[in-house]
Write a protein that binds this ligand. Structure first.
Ligand code: AHR
Length: 331
């Protein structure tokens, strides 16, 4: 009899947990839709939340911090159960994120971390290791030029930076410059924002091609800007991937296609697919688990035309041939 009562109680508790988990409202403050990466990130998270039967409250801030602040305050007044947040820029979130804390809504940081992260409460954090991605761009480029016998030649590089003030941009730039110290033959002759978009990356590259006739290397802090550079190089009558080496970041499928077509040379992975971590995290938080303050970085790789180029200081991480894995790319 006692066993039966225990079983019934257990089933009742499970039913109560399932009922409360299925009634969750999860709000997501997204930056905008500036790149293929961002579109994949939005789709991945929104679809996964809805697939759980949770109510999704989604806001696209169209690249404006003030829109994100407004959205966060709306989420608070709606009394949502969880807030997913990635900030368009690094600074200026202190006040509104403290308001989220005061409302006792668990905050999950995704993708880009705000600079006030140490002063606020958050339930969990999942994001890219942007400095490491930048280092990989620099190491891949330096080692690639060595591999084609141009390791001693003076190489003129340009950096297409992401959105000014975004961690993904500042940290990638820092990582690139740090890695390039190992390759004194590579000189950065220009560096400017292309705002993580193809539309803004292309004219920046067009202007550089007019100002500097001897560009050898483009380090684009995302693939969209890399593809904008490819279009500008073609329009200038040069051959992208040969006359000018193009390295992107994100590893989106269109970049794989450009690599296979010989127009881009490499892409450094930055996965947008966070739903597998976020959904599991919400379920575990609901079950009473807690997470530490560490930012979880997914495992990522580097892809190029042939494979085998080292992209770290130790020289033991080697690029993967994009053509071998292009069919498995989900975004
Ligand atoms: O924060 C991630 C970056 O933001 C991606 O590299 C870029 O494509 C996006 O817009």
């Amino acid at each position: 009899m006692k066993k039966l009562v225990a079983l019934v109680l257990c089933l009742m508790m499970m039913a109560a947990f399932t009922a409360s988990a299925s009634a969750l409202t999860v709000a997501f403050s997204q930056i905008g839709q500036e790149s293929d990466w961002r579109t994949a990130n939005t789709d991945d998270l929104c679809k996964a939340i809805e697939a759980e039967g949770w109510t999704l409250v989604y806001d696209d801030a169209q690249q404006k911090q003030e829109n994100q602040i407004k959205a966060l305050r709306n989420f608070i007044s709606q009394g949502v159960d969880y807030i997913l947040f990635t900030g368009v820029v690094t600074t200026g979130w202190d006040e509104v994120l403290k308001e989220v804390n005061e409302a006792e809504i668990p905050l999950i940081l995704v993708d880009r971390m705000p600079d006030c992260a140490d002063e606020i409460e958050y339930a969990a954090a999942f994001g890219g290791d942007f400095t490491e991605e930048g280092r990989r761009m620099g190491f891949w480029a330096g080692n690639y030029f060595k591999s084609i016998g141009r390791g001693e030649e003076e190489i003129n590089a340009v950096i297409l930076e992401g959105t000014t003030g975004a961690t993904a941009a500042t940290e990638r730039t820092n990582g690139i410059l740090e890695a390039l110290q190992n390759f004194p033959n590579i000189k950065v002759i220009a560096s400017q924002t292309g705002n993580f978009t193809r539309a803004e990356g292309q004219p920046v590259m067009e202007a550089w091609l007019k100002a500097y006739p001897d560009i050898d290397l483009v380090l684009a802090e995302n693939d969209d800007m890399g593809l904008g550079a490819v279009a500008a190089i073609k329009a200038a009558g040069k051959v992208p991937g040969k006359d000018i080496i193009v390295v992107g970041c994100d590893a989106v499928k269109v970049a794989f296609e450009a690599i296979v077509a010989g127009e881009m040379n490499a892409t450094i992975e930055c996965t947008p697919l966070y739903s597998r971590f976020v959904v599991d995290c919400i379920k575990r938080l609901e079950a009473g688990e807690t997470f530490g303050r560490d930012v979880l970085h997914p495992e990522e790789f580097v892809y190029d035309a042939e494979g085998g180029i080292a992209y770290n200081a130790e020289g033991d991480k080697l690029s993967i041939k994009a053509g071998d894995v292009i069919d498995e790319r989900l975004y």
